[in-house]
Design a protein around this ligand. Structure first.
Ligand code: NAP
Length: 244
């Protein structure tokens, strides 16, 4: 099967690392970003350097027409999509529940939940054998926050990732018989720009393994789930959190 992959939020962090490692594993990659063109172009350059095809596509996955355009552009420029990683996500607001603002809750749920569902819908519409697709693999980024709850820090974020877990499990059962494997990956604390200032330095020593994770350590799990080596893995939720 041809290996054509969309990575939402591929410009930075876990999405960037996934795009580069996937390219090394033979995937052509459509790198999605919302505002950071420079970083998306850098990701594309890293992919091309290992001999794979790559394009950067600006699209706000919180906008339905943008999501459809992202999938159409990838198909027309790189070919039939057989892998999708939904890494785009946001954490803020960092606050207690009694300090939450309505607009902030809506933005968070729209990006982490509604957009994730749109991306999955567009993937299945193209991949499912029921829809004349050739099958494929989808990986949705969740978080261990979904089971920890993240009190005093970001309970609303934790809840948004709880929604990812339920959605991944249910959707996986719907389409696994149609050639589409859906899995979730739940990272612990990973050293990316999503972290509030100082958290990485402070949290490391308190973790069971004594350090935070690197984006590449999550990306390796994602690229494995995308691969045929994971051919009997669907509906799983893989913690990449070193015992947290
Ligand atoms: P990051 O470094 O902050 O990168 C976020 C990425 O998402 C960027 O590429 C950004 O694009 C993109 N993005 C944000 N909103 C978007 C939108 N509306 N449409 C399209 N793209 C959008 O984050 P990260 O740490 O790699 O996190 C990736 C995923 O892993 C997220 O879902 C996060 O919740 C999850 N996760 C992370 C951790 C962690 O500790 N880092 C732990 C658990 C789970 P621009 O560059 O254009 O802004």
């Amino acid at each position: 099967m041809k290996k054509v992959l969309i990575v939402t939020g591929g410009s930075r962090g876990i999405g960037h690392a996934t795009s580069v490692l996937a390219a090394e594993a033979g995937w052509d990659v459509c790198v999605n970003y919302v505002s950071n063109k420079t970083r998306a172009d850098e990701t594309v350059a890293r992919i091309k350097a290992v001999g794979r095809r790559a394009i950067a596509v600006q699209a706000d996955i919180n906008n339905e027409q943008d999501v459809i355009r992202l999938f159409e552009t990838c198909t027309s420029e790189l070919g039939e999509i057989t892998g999708v990683v939904n890494s785009a996500g946001i954490v803020e607001p960092y606050c207690r529940v009694d300090e939450l603002k309505y607009e902030e809750i809506v933005t968070l749920i729209n990006v982490n939940v509604v957009a994730m569902m749109l991306v999955t819908r567009e993937s299945i519409k193209r991949m499912s054998t029921k829809n004349n697709g050739s099958g494929g693999s989808i990986v949705l980024l969740s978080s261990v926050a979904a089971r920890i709850g993240s009190p005093g820090l970001c309970v609303s974020y934790a809840a948004s990732k709880g929604a990812v877990d339920s959605f991944a499990w249910g959707a996986a059962q719907e389409v696994v018989g149609e050639g589409v494997r859906i899995n979730a990956v739940s990272p612990g604390i990973i050293d990316t720009e999503i972290q509030p200032k100082g958290r990485v330095e402070k949290a490391g020593p308190s973790l069971p393994i004594g350090r935070v994770g690197q984006p590449e350590e999550v990306a390796r799990a994602i690229v494995w789930l995308l691969s045929d080596d994971a051919s009997y893995v669907a509906g799983s939720n893989l913690d990449v959190a070193a015992g947290r």
